[in-house]
Design a binder for this molecule. Structure first.
Ligand SMILES: *Cc1c(COP(=O)(O)O)cnc(C)c1O
Length: 465
């Protein structure tokens, strides 16, 4: 399998190079040249596989430049730090299933991909005898998951920018208490989009990028999307056995990475297995507005109880638009040029029809989130984290409004203990504190506070080699 850029100016390259490149050097995002299609027979063969073996089978379709046995071992290592052998348990609550994706070391779904990325980087760097500097922006969960993916690994430094005092206290503790010398937290006086813009600009300095081996680990990296495709297929296999097809997935969405993985899974399996995806947003609903109107238009970010979804621009959205534009990179580029100038991108009515076939979308307010957490606790004694509650709310509305029939899975993207304030507000009690969080506040913290200043960030990277 070779990979190309959405902007069309990179000749096809293999998986390992795609992994190391992160953001495409032509300013686009990397995608596979083709999406493999899975036959019913293959799917049947996969039915009994444990999660890591299924992950291996899915990934080998996309990775042909790592020996199979090595890839298998890397995948197995990626999931050995999870606290359940199921990796991603599917829990039934009424009509809905909750797919718990938070059993990794940082208790967020991002571990599923970032543990794998850490293993991949480590393997490739050792083989090539190279060093890299990972640079990324986080609105909370990516940072700690990325840090835990590479902490203490040789040949890797990691620099994570987060909006100062705008991630939850637990998230901040998770990132800043990691004592490994290769881990550097940079707290920016700004919001998440400022952090993301800084990272994007630094990556666009191609000399700096190549001199320092800068590498992305946020969801623009294709390998992350790939690791996330697996759990969609995992759910389909489970619900297929229970005769609940097609499966509707509700995805609490921020940067569009997770739901894009669902889009790939749907292309691989077909509509018989995966129906329209339900794109769930909080008050930061640029994507919900796009799906309703065909206009993708910036607005100010508001802080909510689901901070990992507080974004203005969804960095992975370009990948979807590439397919929507029928793989026409020139038209895509023109649209993004207009977006950069005006803050708005509009698609044709025909394209909008096709968007509406791919997605249902609902925006769920913080008050609704609180109500959903309470109702779930009262009815099922199950505590949803606020991001997952957004997903549940959107799914309930979609089922009602469109009278959906099939299997229903809401992706649970974080453990509720990561957001104790929102939980307390909803149910008047604190979520139980998981082992991974006990005693964190007693550890010493390290963070470097900076203004929105490209040179300061670059300087810091240079000084910490
Ligand atoms: C990152 C994250 C999301 C959003 O996922 P995207 O891939 O950015 O759309 C949702 N919930 C939680 C808890 C997250 O950490």
């Amino acid at each position: 399998m070779k990979y190309i850029s959405t902007r069309g100016n990179i000749k096809p390259i293999p998986f390992k190079d795609t992994l190391m490149m992160g953001l495409a050097t032509d300013g686009g995002l990397m995608i596979p040249e083709k999406i493999p299609v899975i036959s019913d027979d293959t799917l049947k063969e996969w039915e009994t596989l444990p999660y890591p073996m299924l992950a291996f089978e899915v990934m080998r379709l996309f990775i042909d430049d790592i020996p199979e046995n090595t890839l298998k071992n890397l995948v197995i290592s990626s999931y050995k730090r999870f606290d359940t052998s199921e990796i991603a348990p599917l829990i039934q609550t009424g009509k809905l299933h909750i797919l718990e994706l938070f059993h990794g070391p940082t208790l967020a779904f991002k571990d599923i991909a970032l543990q794998f990325l850490g293993e991949l980087f480590s393997y490739i760097l050792k083989k090539q005898n190279k060093k890299i500097n990972i640079l990324g922006a986080t609105s909370g969960d990516t940072g700690s998951a990325a840090i835990y993916g590479v902490r203490g690994k040789e040949n890797i430094n990691i620099f994570i920018l987060h909006p100062n005092n705008r991630v939850s206290p637990v998230q901040e503790l998770q990132m800043t208490t990691v004592s490994d010398a290769n881990v550097h937290n940079i707290a920016i006086n700004g919001n998440f989009d400022d952090c993301q813009a800084l990272v994007k600009t630094i990556f666009n300095d191609l000399d700096f990028k190549s001199n320092y081996g800068l590498t992305a680990i946020n969801s623009i990296n294709w390998a992350r999307i790939l690791a996330q495709v697996v759990y969609y297929i995992w759910c389909v296999l489970k619900l297929n056995k229970a005769n609940k097809l097609p499966v509707f997935f509700s995805v609490p969405t921020g940067n569009f990475g997770d739901i894009f993985a669902g889009f790939i899974a749907k292309r691989m399996l077909g509509d018989k297995y995966i129906s329209s995806l339900i794109l769930a947003t909080n008050e930061n609903n640029i994507l919900t507005r796009f799906i309703a109107t065909g206009s993708y238009k910036k607005s100010a970010v508001v802080s909510t109880t689901s901070p990992s979804m507080d974004i203005m621009i969804a960095s992975n959205f370009e990948r979807y638009l590439y397919y929507l534009y029928d793989k026409n990179s020139d038209n895509l580029k023109k649209s993004f040029d207009i977006f950069d100038q005006t803050g708005e991108l509009a698609v044709s009515p025909e394209m909008l029809d096709s968007v509406k076939k791919d997605f249902y979308s609902f925006s769920i307010s913080q008050d609704e989130v609180s109500g959903i957490i309470k109702r779930y606790f009262d009815t099922y004694k199950y505590i949803l984290d606020p991001h997952t509650a957004v997903g549940v709310g959107a799914m309930e509305q979609a089922i009602n409004q469109y009278d959906l029939k099939g299997g229903f899975v809401c992706l649970s993207t974080a453990h509720p203990a990561k957001f104790p304030d929102a939980i307390f507000k909803a149910i008047d009690m604190n979520p139980p504190v998981p082992k991974a969080f006990q005693g964190l506040e007693k550890l010493s913290k390290r963070k470097h506070i900076m203004d929105i200043d490209i040179d300061a960030v670059k300087d810091f990277i240079v000084k910490n080699q």
